[in-house]
Design a protein around this ligand. Sequence first.
Ligand code: TLP
Length: 378
Amino acid sequence: MQALALPQSDPAAPTLPAVHARFTIVFMALNGYIDLRSDTLTVPTPAMREAMASAEVGDDVFGEDPTVNALQELAAERLGFEAALLVCSGTMGNLVALLTHCSGRGEEVIVGDQSHVYIYEGGGSAVVGGIHPRSIPNRLDGTLDLDDIRQAIRPKDAHYPETRLICLENTHNRMFGAALTPAYTQQVAELAHAHGLKLHIDGARIFNAAAALGVDVKALTRGADSVTFCLSKGLSAPMGSVLCGSREFIRLAHRRRKVLGGGLRQAGVIAAAGIVALEQMTDRLAEDHANARALAERTAQVEGLQVDLARVQTNMVYVDLRPELPLDAAEFCRRAAAHRVKMLPVAPRRIRAVTHCYVSREEVDEAAQVIAHVAARC
Ligand code: TLP
């Protein structure tokens, strides 16, 4: 007892605000960049660190972590579902969802050919679940054409995999951060259900979509059978995503999460940050969107660069290098990083810049200047 009490009563021990200040300094020292590579670069806010330090915890594998339970209840309520499950990451949330909706090997999920679940998740559902992805083209606004979906649904015939699920992504990462509307989501849900299929939404950034469209997030989940959203992107939590669905779906998903090694013990320390994320960080996302627009407008004026302004709806800016610019995206990003601005090359001549709460308007202006400078000097 005494050993435990000692550090707290030691006058030299840092107080909580001092600890936060030290963390901030460490962060700045490690990463003195305007880091636009992703909103995953956000670090926990002081309020999150405080909540994490004082979180009431228990063993969540026994269902006894009160903070995890509170986060799950809050998330389910916010997204309009009966129940929710904390998972380690967006990738794990999508995988658990697919494994829960598709119960047998050789079952099929219809996905966009530019979707995260299809491109960036290591083919996890095929690796772990024997699930067959059927990809159809994503349109520029992130949607899938309803006729394409209809035609992709397999007839009942022993030659084919069995279609079980349709997967949407909102906002759509590779499609410029596009926000899918409530009306579109509803149409896909109706189409799915009319064919006995389920609808899963990879809503890693669904709160960005809600902010961009000016709707309650529930309007974007209505009709879906499950939704994953991430706490660790624009909402700034250090880790974690939440899978939402019906009580029965979440009961089954809980087993899949365990199989994947995602049953955590005192996960309340993470859930505590997640609660702060939901309570404090969703209402400010419009600021990131305004910053992205400012960056896009400035960058669109730079000779040699191209930005489709009509596509900039949320916190993502995609910049294309025109053919006359004599360097590729990786080299462009290297040169910008030498001036303190980090961006992500996502194709040989395409760069992604993502705004978030650790990038101020002044820093966006500085980033725009650096981008113009690099383009002018090549
Ligand atoms: N996206 C990351 C990278 O993986 C590309 C990023 O920097 O944008 N769904 C969507 C739509 C995502 O954008 C991401 C992460 C995930 C799922 C996966 O989330 P995590 O990284 O938590 O597994």
